[in-house]
Design a protein around this ligand. Structure first.
Ligand code: CUA
Length: 365
């Protein structure tokens, strides 16, 4: 019985449909990760991307065209049962595609190099652009700290630092300089709609300039595999109207001025704690990123509780937990690395610490 479609036509049809599908999917997936027009400094990257994209279109069409042509002719040949012509060596073609590839790569190299230097050298040169705001970005396993007015000291009120985590808040229409570093391993600060990736490297500061026209929320994430919870190092950039930003910052500074951190104080008496509020502190400091219920590379709350009950040399469970939070290196749970940051006390006041301890005591009860 003769099939509805001959094999040749059925194959060409399937192949054609695949090409159409590719054409539909490909541009959206490419553009979705390209920089949008949110940040003024992304124009260079956008332009570079567009130029290289259109350079690649004829190459794509040529290669795909030759593949389709080869498939079509080989199908015909097989049906005719003839041997294809055997060709060996063609100097004109070989020299041609070597030179053409070299020219294309050279052009891409020169274009990329030009944009690379403007992006990472000229912009970092604060002689050209005065930052209206400098924010120090510190990546660590597994979150980001954003410090405002760190060690600037030009005005007395600058001594009051403001630190936020996870969400970076900045004003629209202003030159914002980000000074990006890491406190442990290498991370990468990446908000696709605003700018290219900038690595966060311990002991080294990289810079990123932002000047964003559109207020709104922009999402990104760490773009360098940095450990088990790398996926959790999300970045939210909230861009506010300048006046709204000033209000936000004033409120943050007022709160910071009142905040008295507990540091590594192991002796001052603590106020009465509240487990429910403590659960909020646990959340706010992202403790659960490492101390997960199922355990893993870090002690789960179960393990912490077991050690708390078996403690020796501590006056009370409260003391044991207080030390574990404020000076995590003093006693390390068996079989786990000592990598908890030693400065959580800077982010806790006496009340928050008391609440957190109360919460930890109730877990698993
Ligand atoms: Cu930090 Cu991935």
């Amino acid at each position: 019985m003769k099939p509805f479609l001959s094999h040749t036509w059925a194959r060409l049809l399937v192949f054609g449909l695949l090409l159409v599908l590719l054409a539909l999917v490909w541009p959206t997936s490419v553009w979705a990760h390209g920089p949008a027009d949110g940040g003024a400094k992304t124009d260079d990257i956008n332009e570079l991307f567009t130029v290289i994209f259109w350079m690649s279109v004829p190459v794509f069409l040529l290669v795909e065209g030759l593949i389709v042509y080869a498939i079509y002719t080989s199908i015909r040949r097989r049906n005719d049962e003839g041997e294809p012509e055997q060709v060996e060596g063609n100097h004109v073609l070989e020299i041609g595609w070597t030179v053409a590839s070299f020219v294309i790569i050279a052009v891409v190299f020169v274009l990329s190099y030009r944009f690379m230097t403007t992006q990472y050298e000229a912009e970092a040169d604060t002689k050209d652009v005065i930052p209206n705001l400098t924010v120090h970005v510190t990546g660590y396993m597994f979150d980001w700290d954003y410090d405002y007015f760190l060690n600037e000291g030009k005005n007395p009120e600058d001594d009051i630092g403001v630190r936020t985590r996870t969400k970076l808040t900045i004003p629209a229409d202003r030159n914002v300089l980000l000074e990006i570093t890491s406190r442990d391993v290498q991370h990468s600060f990446w908000v696709p709609d605003l700018a290219g990736k900038v690595d966060a490297i311990p002991g080294y500061t990289n810079t990123m300039w932002l000047n964003i026209d559109e207020p709104g929320l922009y999402h990104g994430n760490c773009a360098e595999f940095c450990g088990t919870a790398h996926w959790k190092m999300l970045i939210d950039v909230e861009v506010l109207e300048p006046a709204v930003f000033e209000e936000w910052l004033a409120a943050q500074r007022a709160a910071a001025a009142e905040f008295v951190s507990i540091g590594t104080d192991m002796v001052s008496p603590l106020p009465l704690g509240d487990a429910l509020r403590g659960a909020g502190v646990f959340d706010q400091l992202n403790c659960g990123t490492c101390h997960r219920p199922e355990g893993g590379n870090f002690p789960s709350l179960e393990i912490i509780r077991r050690d708390m009950d078996n403690r020796e040399g501590y006056a009370s469970a409260d003391d044991y937990l207080r030390e574990s939070i404020l000076m995590p290196g003093a006693y390390v749970a068996d079989g786990y690395p000592n990598i908890m940051p030693p400065n959580y006390g800077d982010q806790l006041d006496a009340q928050m610490l008391a609440d957190l301890i109360e919460y930890l005591k109730t877990v698993g009860e």
